[in-house]
Design a binder for this molecule. Structure first.
Ligand code: AGP
Length: 608
């Protein structure tokens, strides 16, 4: 999953392309490059490493170009180096391409083109596209790209320029996101809106198998099958300020501190305290349809999969509907059983995760109603579901998901309330649930206000190379998420487990060097968790307990205690995850890690 940006218009292209790349850097950051149409030629500059390396390499160079394309890479084919960095050209160097996605039949196409005399310089699948366009070129760049793409299998968001077509960009998408930004006498393309938000809030989302011919004056869109498409321009709601760091040292820290606001946005206009119910119009389901649900499947990846697990506990306990949670990457190939009355929820912050999108399509192919819980408005998953709920967390730029996780759980709580109040949950219980939900944003704030003690704890444990996270019941997934955060940004090996599962193996890992984070809240499994802590202490493990305010007993057992406010059992993950997010953040900072752009990761995984 890479980032693509393009510009054509009266302004100098280089500064616009570089700024756009920086806003897309969270999508992939192992090499970068640009191609500029200038003085009848194409100038290509590319380098391995972050965008600042590219910037360094072109410092002092004079450019005079009003049309160009650029790319930041997350390597799939060919190691991250100067040669494999994008853009790639055809044999003649007249056509240049940047690409986000994977060409699955690139070997077959490569052999076909080699038989026709083409020679290749890189290990990438993308270089094949440039040669294939040249192979189909008969004076019309748009037509050559269209024909070439009829031979391509796989996923792509591409942008193409040619020195024979100054002032023109051809862009196309299938599986990877691409938007066209409509400006005044200028136009833009980008993998997502954040790259062009400074210049326009008017965008058109290209659909699968669509391509566009873009000039400064406008753009035309057609399908790969050559059917004309009428562009639908949409307004972007996010502000530029929302995609800035706002004085925080990292986007991740900013997004952790934005959680009280994000949680309020997730519930705004969706709760009715008087009736003790939630209202979710986006689901597009009538009451009868909701009442006829027999089974729910929730599928997602990574952090979104962890929130799905929490949704399972909530919905099964409170709405008494059987729920199955599936890894999207497994679900799509497992031939799942979709019987009548099965509702499928897909959860995705970016709305572009390839495995989750494919799982949605598979479920719908099998006749399920597919609903989404997404953050990015206008994303592919949001547009392909039968209905859904936006979490309204605002842009999440830090690769490690934080506010999207808690907002996803908040929305799952609203879904649970809707379904439960239709079934056995009483009016009074509903009001208590609404009341507890409405208190969460300020309770999160109270934990954030105590971040200093979490920082001090991080200072004590930043030199450890292993962590164990334990939780029971609805906080087992919270332990998984805490471990994932620590892994993602500090590169420490961390594992999450149901606390009782520990004695069936993981306890072998415990000694005086193993910090064990235990979520030990005053709930129906509290005593069981205390016994688990005893077992750890008996092996000299060092226990960091996440505990309920006012719990004095835990202090006698745990080495360190971080308190969170008391809240209803089914809502505790929204509070218990906050100290774990901050612990991972402070440890990663102490270890000098690149918190917002951890190695080997990318924000939205648009390839399989
Ligand atoms: C979480 O911190 C990671 N960035 C990753 O696991 C992420 O949750 C996963 O890729 C799913 O992304 P999505 O929610 O955008 O689909």
């Amino acid at each position: 999953m890479c980032g693509i940006v393009g510009y054509v218009g009266p302004q100098q292209a280089v500064p616009i392309l570089l700024e756009g790349l920086k806003r897309l850097e969270y999508r992939g950051y192992d090499s970068a490059g640009l191609a500029l149409l200038q003085d009848g030629g194409i100038i290509i500059q590319k380098s391995a490493g972050k965008i600042r390396v590219l910037e360094e390499s072109i410092k002092g160079m004079q450019f005079d170009s009003n049309c160009g394309i650029a790319h930041t890479r997350w390597a799939t084919h060919g190691e991250p180096n100067d040669t494999n960095a994008h853009p790639h050209t055809d044999g003649s160097g007249r056509i240049s391409v940047v690409h986000n996605g994977i060409i699955e039949n690139f070997r077959t196409l490569k052999q076909y083109l080699e038989r026709k005399g083409h020679r290749f310089n890189t290990e990438t699948d993308t270089e094949i596209i440039a040669h294939l366009i040249q192979d189909n070129y008969q004076g019309d760049l748009f037509e050559a790209v269209r024909k070439a793409l009829t031979q391509v299998e796989g996923t792509y968001g591409i942008a193409v320029v040619s020195l024979d077509h100054p002032g023109e960009i051809v862009a196309a998408r299938h599986g990877s996101p691409l938007v066209i930004g409509s400006g005044n006498g200028e136009n833009f393309i980008a993998s997502d809106v954040s790259a062009i938000l400074r210049h326009t809030d008017q965008v058109m989302y290209l659909e699968d198998r669509e391509l566009a011919h873009i000039t400064a004056d406008g753009f035309n869109v057609a399908t790969i099958e050559n059917t004309e498409v009428t562009p639908e321009i949409e307004k972007i709601e996010w502000s530029l300020e929302q995609i800035e760091k706002g004085g925080f040292s990292h986007f991740m820290l900013k997004e952790i501190y934005e959680q009280p606001l994000a949680l309020n946005n997730a519930i705004r206009g969706r709760l009715n305290f008087e009736e003790g119910i939630s209202r979710l119009n986006g689901l597009q389901l009538q009451m009868e349809e909701l009442l006829s649900i027999q089974r729910i499947i929730i599928t997602a990846c990574g952090t979104s999969w962890h929130s799905a697990l929490i949704g399972e506990y909530m919905i099964e306990d409170l709405a008494r509907i059987p729920v199955e949670v599936e890894y999207a990457s497994e679900f799509r190939y497992r031939s799942p059983i979709i019987s009548d009355g099965t509702l499928v929820f897909v959860i995705s912050q970016s709305g572009e995760t390839a495995d989750t999108l494919a799982a949605l399509r598979e479920a719908k192919r099998k006749g399920a109603t597919g609903l989404g819980i997404c953050n990015v408005v206008g994303s592919t998953i949001a547009r392909e579901t039968d209905g859904g709920i936006y979490i309204h967390a605002g842009p999440e730029i830090g690769v490690a998901s934080t506010k999207a996780f808690t907002s996803q759980i908040m929305v799952l709580a609203l879904v649970t309330l809707l379904l439960a109040r239709q079934r056995d949950m009483s009016h009074e219980k509903g009001r208590q649930f609404v009341d507890a939900i409405q208190k969460l944003p300020s309770q999160v704030q109270s934990i954030l206000d105590e971040s200093d003690q979490i920082k001090r704890l991080a200072d004590m444990f930043s030199d450890h190379n292993n962590f164990l996270y334990l939780g029971r019941g609805i906080n087992f997934p919270t332990a998984l998420e805490g471990a994932l955060k620590m892994k993602e940004i500090s590169y420490i090996h961390a594992e999450g487990y149901p606390a009782a599962e520990m004695k069936h193996g993981p306890i072998a890992l415990i000694d005086e060097n193993m910090p064990v984070v235990v979520i030990a809240l005053k709930d129906q499994v509290y005593d069981k968790v205390l016994s688990n802590i005893q077992e750890i202490k008996a092996r000299n493990g060092r226990v960091i307990a996440i505990a309920t305010e006012g719990d004095e007993e835990i202090k006698r057992l745990a080495n360190h205690v971080l308190y969170i406010p008391k809240v209803m059992y089914h809502l505790t993950p929204i509070l218990s995850i906050i100290p774990l997010q901050l612990l991972a953040y402070f440890v990663a900072v102490n270890r000098g890690c690149d918190v917002d752009q951890p190695r080997n990761l990318a924000k939205s995984v648009t390839v399989e």
